[in-house]
Write a protein that binds this ligand. Structure first.
Ligand code: DAT
Ligand code: MG
Length: 149
């Protein structure tokens, strides 16, 4: 099953949007397999966002993600990466589709509420970076056959 790694970023936590994000992903039909509420270390932030090192917004991004606690999660399902990216909306809230989280709750790219993996490969890599194998739960949901074809 395809996995994707999701963060409710510090602004989302501070604004009381953890439940909103989880509710939308549950309602979409995705299955939660791991979650932890945590303070992100500088080292983890720099590894996670290593691809953006050197970009003008990098320092602000690291400051933002380490500024207060986050909710880190792993969700799975068919096409989980594409489905969750769509539910989050485009990186810039003013370009995010109406009905998406970033559209419905955001204004600025540097306060865009959530992170979601951008490819199945990164879904696996980010899951492995943030979670130990024993922190992930493999389970069957009673409704799975009505959501997964
Ligand atoms: P996404 O989070 O949609 O995968 P990304 O990986 O391109 O977007 O960038 C990671 C985060 O960095 C993004 O959520 C917000 C921030 N960011 C990206 N581009 C930015 C920019 N031009 N100015 C400020 N922050 C930016
Ligand atoms: Mg990204």
């Amino acid at each position: 099953m395809e996995k994707t790694f999701v963060i409710v970023k510090p602004d989302g936590v501070q604004r009381g949007l953890i439940g909103e994000v989880i509710a939308r992903l549950e309602r979409r039909g995705l299955r939660l397999i791991g979650a932890k509420f945590m303070q992100v270390s500088l080292e983890l932030a720099e590894t996670h966002y290593g691809i953006h090192k050197g970009k003008p917004f990098y320092a602000g991004l690291i400051q933002y993600i380490t500024s207060a606690p986050v909710m880190a999660m792993v969700w799975e399902g068919p096409n989980a990466v594409a489905a969750v990216r769509q539910t989050m909306g485009a990186t810039r809230p003013t370009e995010a589709a109406p009905g998406s989280i970033r559209h419905d709750f955001g204004l600025e790219v540097g306060r865009n509420i959530t992170h979601a993996s951008d490819s199945p490969e990164n879904g696996e890599a980010e899951t492995a970076l943030w979670f130990k194998p024993e922190e992930l739960v493999s389970w069957e949901r009673a409704v799975d056959t009505w959501i997964f074809e």
